[in-house]
Design a protein around this ligand. Sequence first.
Ligand SMILES: [Zn+2]
Length: 539
Amino acid sequence: MTPQPPADLLIRAAAVHTLVPGEPPRRAIAVTDGRITALSPAPDGLDALIGPATEVVDAPGSTVLPAFDDTHTHLILAAQSVHGVPVHRARDLAGFLDLIRERAARTPAGQWIHTTVNWQEVLLAEQRMPTTGELDGATAEHPVLVRRGAYNMVLNSAALRLAGITEATEAPPGGVIERDEQGRLTGRLINRAIELVEPVLPSPTLAERIDGLRAASADYAATGIGTVRDCLVPVEDLDVLDAARAEGALAVRMRALVSGFAARTPEQVDALLERMDAWRADGRDDDRLRLWGVKFGIDGGFEAGAMEEPYQGQPCYHGRLLWEPDELLAAVDRVVERGWRVGVHAWGDRGLRVLLDVFERVLKRHPGLPPGTLVVEHGGLARPDQRARAIALGIPVTVQHPLLHDGALTQQRAWGEERTAALFPLREWLDEGALLTGGSDFPVGPYGAMVSVWGMTTRGTTAGIVGPEHAIDRSEAVALHTVNAARLTGESAVRGSLRPGAFADLTVWPLDPLDCPVEALRDLRPTRTVVNGLSVHLS
Ligand SMILES: [Zn+2]
């Protein structure tokens, strides 16, 4: 036996939960060259690996877990808004407008002011968005862009002027320019109407974008997340990500789904795939940044998910399907033919049914597809027969409690309480044998390792406890972000559990998340997050 080299990092803790099936907690873990090299049941069991350069962390009250994956999130969006006016902290419109006023006071006149995107108007006291007039009251000297999520904006008058939007402007198809009863602009733009503004926004420099990724990825790491699966990467942003990686600005690993939302024709899908194939041919994948596949969406979200039964109070409205099934089939076909994977957003029960029809046909045409090639993103309202079909087809599902947490009120208005409570039937999915993975879908809800575990185990939301019968237990919730997540990305050999030879991606917690009072989980932060052997977060 050759002696092991000294450890770079050695942690002694109250418990190291390896998540290797059947393995009792360990008390010490050693890391060398970015990999886990040894574990021991005794706190001093690895002391022989201490060398002159070893960082020894004595944390006798702490618990070590693998770093978490956020298997459906939007780091790119987080990076774009990380330096925006932090309106997600406002509790009412007065506070919201004050934050904009404060920023305006230290921003040269004429310069754009934009906000963070991770907030919900229903969580403000007034339960609505600010109007153009209110934003004008905060500043008339700056164009103001209030953004919420990826598809909603409110502009002040200066911004509307720069974008050339007047009462006469027609929205592009699939977009809404909101007007009040008198036909005046409210400043709100929805869905494709936001395309009217994008050309006049100052484009950030490469350095600014890398800086945004650095800050946002560090924020993820500070919550215990070590890998993000970004589900909406514009193909032209691959070069930005590459540059960020080269500068060491990605604190977390990234698995990227290129956005197929604008690809409607076979030619457009092919154009995306050309760029992805070139990335692969150039060997640009590595363990930090890896292209996973393509993302499509079959239906809308809280207010446009495709439903079998009509929306509450709207007997003729069933939400929106965004694809003809045959066209989606053709698009998915092209992607899998070239060896890429596909994740498709499905929110309503009709959306999921139609998606499974499409996936079934894809699998018939390509019987040899590796498991996990086709993935359901969200599968929000998954009825028993749909769960049975997804499981029989071997299709993994990514679930995101934060969507329910932040969206419950909006969803109850659109669907009523019963259908809202039926969202994310995690208990049933797991009992029936699905491969489920956990995520956030930030910026719609908050990201974070333990806030997600708290949510999935309590079903707590901004509308109170919703559908408690669908809750899962803590170790299951942790597995959704670790062991299962690594299966989803095909990396079980090196990620998801703590074993010798695996990447040293781990988190250190001041309490045992598997055993502390459940309410403590909600705001629980790790004292340390390690990715590839390096401490990317320390507190
Ligand atoms: Zn998403």
